[in-house]
Design a protein around this ligand. Structure first.
Ligand SMILES: C[S@@+](CC[C@H](N)C(=O)[O-])C[C@H]1O[C@@H](n2cnc3c(N)ncnc32)[C@H](O)[C@@H]1O
Length: 198
């Protein structure tokens, strides 16, 4: 992907851990550390943050150049397996799932909303399989809006259709993504894994 080409940095790769991710760890009701998946982890900013706070993290990403930077970031933080590892894979396929253990936290910052409808359905099936009952799926995504005459992004109804009956939508925090003159409506979604098994 050109965004991660040598010498360039994609606009989302600010190096800053989102406050919503910090809140999971350092907020008033922190999640107890466990296994986490960072899906579409990019250069590993949040994955490394979680691992530094006691989580056992797997970052999944399909762009090798992003993973090189993620591994470098982890090395720089003095982290190695089993605290953190990065796996190259397409989250809409099965090949990266082979040795995945169930996780308490599935984190997705900006991956799901870019997938095709078919890819989203496969992704949701993977999440149902891998997030343990009671576990959390925390998702940052564009909300449904028009761009260049096309509807893009997700909304709560869409997520409920996609993830039901395995998850319930526990919370939505509306936000906006401002890049230059562009403002995109976004949201943080919290889906909780139910007991029901696929
Ligand atoms: C908006 S970026 C966010 C990256 C990272 N989560 C962050 O917060 O910096 C979305 C990421 O998802 C990755 N991605 C998109 N589709 C993917 C797929 N099918 N499989 C694996 N990674 C994917 C992209 O390569 C990109 O790194």
């Amino acid at each position: 992907m050109a965004a991660y080409a040598a010498g360039s940095r994609p606009p989302w790769d600010s190096g800053i851990v989102p406050p919503e991710v910090r809140a999971l760890v350092e907020g008033p009701e922190p999640l107890p550390p466990g296994r986490a998946l960072d899906v579409g982890c990019g250069t590993g900013v949040s994955a490394v943050y979680l691992a530094r706070h006691g989580w056992q993290v797997t970052g999944v990403e399909w762009i090798a150049a992003a993973l090189d930077r993620a591994r470098e970031r982890a090395r720089g933080a003095g982290l190695k397996e089993p605290a953190i590892r990065f796996v190259q894979g397409d989250v809409t396929r099965d090949d990266w799932l082979a040795d995945m253990l169930p996780v308490a936290l599935w984190l997705d910052i900006g991956c799901l909303h870019g997938l095709s409808a078919e890819g989203q359905a496969i992704y949701a099936a993977h999440a149902a399989r891998l997030v343990e009952p009671g576990g959390a799926l925390r998702l940052y995504a564009w909300r449904r809006h028009q761009r260049d005459g096309q509807a893009i992004g997700l909304d709560s109804e869409h997520l409920e259709a996609l993830f039901g009956p395995y998850f319930s939508l526990a919370d939505v925090l509306l936000s906006d993504d401002r890049a230059g003159d562009h403002v995109r409506p976004t949201a943080w979604y919290w889906l909780r894994r139910l007991q029901h098994t696929p």
